[in-house]
Write a protein that binds this ligand. Structure first.
Ligand code: GLN
Length: 193
C-alpha cells in the first residue's frame, strides 16, 4: 500500500532507504521500469546527476519517470536528485538532461572553492524548529518559476528547498543527518496522492 521507491542507479541510495523504512514505508530499489510501476512515490538520491541521468536513459527509465511525474506521482529529490527534478539546469555536462517537473532553474556545483561542502542551520517553511542541513558539492536554485514555491533559503537569500504540489527538492541531504521531516512530507504526499 505504502510502497515507495528509491532510484538506485548511483548515489546515496541506502541512506534514503533506511530513512524511509524507519518512517514505516516499504521500499523498493528502482532500477527497471517494472520496479518503477510498482511504487507510489519515488526518491531521487544525492550522487552525481550526470551519471544518474545517463544510467536512467540507458536503463529505459527516463521516459517512464517523466510520465510518472506528469501523472502526479510524488517525487522527492535531494542534491543531485534536485538537479534531476529541475526543469532547467545550468552548468550541467554536455548533453546532460533532467527528468524535469519542478519549475525551477538549478545551477550545479554552485558553491565553489572552500565552501564546496558546508553545514548550516536552516529555517524551513512549516517546520517548528530549524533543520541542520549538510551541503555536499550542492546545487542552488537560481530561479523559481510561478508553479514552484521556495520553502528554505540561506541567509543571503539563496533558495535551497522548493515544493510544487507533489514534488519536493532540497539542495542538501536530510538522509545523511537523520532529519526525517522532509521524507515525512514526501510520504504525506504519497498517502494523499
Ligand atoms: N555535484 C553533484 C551533481 O552535480 C551533486 C552532489 C550531491 O548530490 N551531493 O550531481
Amino acid at each position: 500500500m505504502n510502497r515507495v521507491g528509491v532510484l538506485a542507479l548511483q548515489g546515496d541510495v541506502r541512506e534514503h532507504a533506511r530513512m524511509l523504512t524507519a518512517l514505516g514505508a516499504q521500499v523498493t530499489l528502482v532500477r527497471r521500469p517494472d520496479e518503477l510501476a510498482s511504487v507510489r512515490g519515488l526518491v531521487l538520491p544525492g550522487g552525481e546527476s550526470s551519471v544518474i541521468d545517463k544510467l536512467a536513459r540507458a536503463f529505459g527509465l527516463q521516459q517512464p519517470i517523466r510520465r510518472a511525474i506528469a501523472a502526479g506521482m510524488p517525487v522527492y529529490g535531494t542534491c543531485a536528485g534536485l538537479i534531476l527534478l529541475a526543469e532547467r539546469v545550468v552548468d550541467g555536462i554536455a548533453g546532460q538532461e533532467s527528468f524535469g517537473g519542478l519549475d525551477v532553474t538549478v545551477q550545479r556545483n554552485a558553491f565553489g572553492g572552500q565552501v564546496e561542502s558546508f553545514e548550516t542551520e536552516l529555517t524551513v517553511e512549516g517546520f517548528d524548529s530549524p533543520t541542520h542541513a549538510t551541503f555536499i558539492r550542492a546545487p542552488r536554485v537560481v530561479e523559481v518559476g510561478p508553479a514552484a514555491r521556495p520553502i528554505a533559503a540561506l541567509p543571503d537569500g539563496t533558495v535551497v528547498a522548493v515544493r510544487q504540489e507533489h514534488l519536493l527538492g532540497t539542495a542538501f541531504h536530510p538522509e545523511v543527518t537523520g532529519e526525517p521531516r522532509f521524507h515525512e512530507l514526501f510520504l504525506d504526499a504519497v498517502r494523499s496522492a
